[in-house]
Ligand binder design. Structure first.
Ligand code: 7RM
Length: 674
């Protein structure tokens, strides 16, 4: 963690006056979830001091149970046992679909905005129920039952939502794989989750281009012999798609035979709802497991209280169901509240930079939720496109995935929100399931750049990483942890509880460790600094340096490599690789160096995905290491950022002479002077 910067952040915060939710917010929709800051404080206090009472009531208010729970909260972080609503039974699909198909069947549930502007499709709650049941019928006939894992490799289309809900209906555990992932990453996830069935499509459409979804999946499945069935949605209908006989079937053909209603399977609150893979600092991606009751409650409550979503609202979460944001705020959160969700297949830049705004105007979206990286790009592209559209239906603007710089926050508030919206910087993680720290609409005044105050039930603490001591009071900084479990917290890492304990519960026994550095200012507001481990965040995509390192290492020309993230104006962080070659002469002339870099970048693109490809590859003679042989990424990071002066302690280094070589190589190849 960059301590100096953190000091500065917390210090700057002293001058910022908290801003209340603009009055226009409730002129647009007068029903209030919360009245004021005192409401928040009172409810927060109760949620921490009497979680059983607080969340017991919330669980009854927000969810429909087949059987009531016996215990609200059970276990402790110290023991590594976390459970909520034990004894309770419910079905997530029933809660997100059937309830509203019964009460408001014609109300829109899903609005599909395709990559091509003209193509749009709406599904009412009744239609959604029909589609979900049809698909669930196919899956059930294939033997998919409670507890089985089903992989979903689909782009942002209604079918992704239908697929998730169909799994939930049967009690099968879905594992979505981001459509931007390539073969290696797909294979790894399907293999680890031990999925027997994959739901996918023939091709995708994105930014005016075709993506070869099925082709990539086919390659990945060459090494996944346990996959028995693949259901392929015809998105483009390209007849050339390679289908494997006896394994691959077309979605549209198969669903025909099945009825428009099959009953949901009643699940225990603690039965897993889904697995979602996320990058950590060590090893392969972790299959984070979320459970039915607690997760769904967290999704519903945060969607209501942070964003103030009401049933008549239309949410546009410009994320992807391949990430947690898509799970919680494109699918489960809005649908659990009976609202409408916009599923957008394309990119913000196609056919032009006005695409988001056009979607908002056309659909009268009330909520918009996106990562700062997109906002930075849109801000750069100027205001011409923005002013063409009527954005006055918007009430809440959300930000997620990385810290939002105060200037970007101000821009968002002014140009998109016209100072009439609640602007919510939401801090959370795949592991947290739903918002951890975020301002509640109408209740918590905001400060540009601050995630503000913790959500109900989140007992946030700041720990001094050196002493391991809790930092009491305000104006403190350190690493962010949580003192007790909250309902939507991940329960384990799929088939590897030890990894769960090691990553989250053992670093500070009795606490959940977030992996992020943070400060708490004089108002008790939290300012998130970023990861303190080897996780990099490129355009809101979470990547582990070790994952990219091992892909590069698989290239025969590479003897060793180290990957670091450095800050980048556009993407937040950028991936930089320092590579040591087996034969250093390969890179002697410009042409072969260029070719080598291209080849290495391509390896990463093909294996993990285009977004993980290093921005720069620096060829080095040697990597900085400790006496015990550990690569010192911190040194590479500092030198690549032009901060060699701030390298700090090198006493544990076995090869201090490497620093000078590195400085030279970085200057020559990367143009950064130290
Ligand atoms: C939702 C999501 C999690 C990591 C997390 C942080 C960073 C997320 C914010 C943020 C500053 C924010 N899940 N992060 N939100 N940093 N301010 N509002 O992104 O699992 O993919 O990533 O993202 O480092 O630990 S994630």
């Amino acid at each position: 963690m960059d301590e100096q910067k953190l000091h500065q952040i917390v210090h700057e915060a002293d001058n910022v006056v908290p801003r209340p939710t603009p009055k226009e917010f409730y002129e647009k929709q007068p029903r209030k979830s919360l009245q004021n800051l005192d409401d928040y404080k009172r409810m927060y206090k109760e949620s921490i001091e009497q979680p059983e009472k607080f969340f017991g009531e919330m669980a009854h208010r927000f969810l429909s149970w087949d059987r009531d729970f016996d215990h609200v909260k059970w276990g402790s972080l110290k023991e590594g046992v976390i459970s909520w609503f034990l004894g309770g039974k419910l079905n997530a699909c029933y809660n997100c679909v059937d309830r509203f198909a019964l009460s408001t069947p014609d109300k829109t549930a899903v609005i599909f905005e395709a990559d091509d502007e003209g193509e749009c499709r709406k599904l009412s709650y009744q239609q959604l129920l029909f589609e979900v049941c049809k698909l669930a019928g196919v899956l059930r006939s294939w033997g998919v039952k409670k507890g089985d894992r089903v992989a979903i490799y689909l782009p942002m289309t209604p079918e992704a939502v239908i697929a998730m809900l169909a799994c939930a209906r049967l009690g099968a555990v879905h594992s979505c794989i981001f459509a931007g992932f390539s073969t290696g990453a797909i294979r790894e996830r399907i293999f680890d989750a031990d999925a027997k069935v994959v739901l996918t499509c023939d091709e995708g459409k994105r930014g005016g281009r075709i993506t070869h979804t099925k082709e990539l999946l086919n390659k990945a499945l060459e090494n996944c012999p346990d996959v028995e069935k693949v259901l392929v949605y015809k998105r483009t209908g390209n007849p050339e798609i390679e289908m494997v006989e006896g394994r691959d079937y077309f979605w549209q053909d198969e669903v025909r035979e099945y009825p428009g209603y099959i009953p949901p399977v009643s699940m225990d609150a603690e039965d897993p709802l889904f697995i979602l893979y996320t990058s950590g600092s060590t090893g392969t991606p972790k299959g984070v497991v979320h459970c039915t009751g607690g997760y769904l409650l967290g999704a519903a409550m945060t969607t209501r209280y942070v964003f103030d979503v009401q049933p008549e609202d239309i949410l546009f979460t410009a994320g992807d169901v391949g990430w947690i944001t898509g799970h919680t705020y494109s699918v489960y959160g809005p649908l659990a509240l009976g609202a409408a969700t916009i599923i957008f297949e394309g990119t913000p830049a196609y056919p032009n930079m006005g695409r988001f705004w056009k979607i908002i105007e056309k659909n009268k979206a009330t909520h918009f939720y996106v990562a700062p990286t997109a906002l930075r790009m849109l801000k750069k592209s100027g205001e011409a496109e923005i002013s063409k559209y009527d954005l006055s239906t918007l009430r809440t603007l959300g930000s997620v995935g990385e810290p939002i710089a105060p200037q970007i926050w101000e821009w968002y508030d002014e140009k998109i929100g016209h100072h009439c919206c609640h602007v919510a910087d939401t801090y959370w993680q795949t592991e947290s399931g739903s918002h951890l720290i975020a301002p509640l609409a109408g209740a918590v005044p905001t400060k540009p750049g601050a995630a503000t105050l913790p959500f109900f039930g989140v007992d946030a603490v700041i720990i001094d990483p050196t002493s391991g001591k809790i930092q009491e009071g305000n104006d403190v900084e350190g690493v962010l942890a949580v003192r007790s479990s909250w309902p939507s917290m991940a329960r384990t890492v799929y088939h590897c509880h030890q990894r769960f304990l090691n990553a989250y519960l053992r670093p500070y026994p009795g606490y959940y460790f977030t992996g992020d550095g943070a400060g708490r200012d004089h108002d008790g507001y939290y300012w998130i600094k970023g990861r303190v481990d080897d996780v990099v965040n490129v355009s809101g995509h979470r990547l582990s340096t070790s994952e990219i390192e091992s892909v590069l290492l698989a290239n025969k020309k590479v003897s060793e490599d180290a990957v670091v993230g450095i800050s980048d104006d556009l993407t937040g962080q950028a991936v930089i690789a320092a590579v040591q070659l087996k034969d250093p002469h390969i890179a002697d002339d410009e042409d072969s160096l260029l070719a080598l870099r291209k080849e290495l970048r391509m390896t990463v693109r093909k294996s993990i995905g285009p977004f993980a490809a290093p921005k720069s590859i620096i060829i080095v003679h040697d990597l900085p290491k400790t006496r015990s042989g550990k690569i010192m990424r911190r040194i590479i990071r500092k030198v690549c950022s032009g901060e060699a002066n701030g390298i700090g302690d090198t006493s544990t280094m076995i090869n201090p002479e490497v620093v000078d070589h590195l400085i030279k190589a970085v200057e020559q190849q990367f143009g950064v002077k130290n």
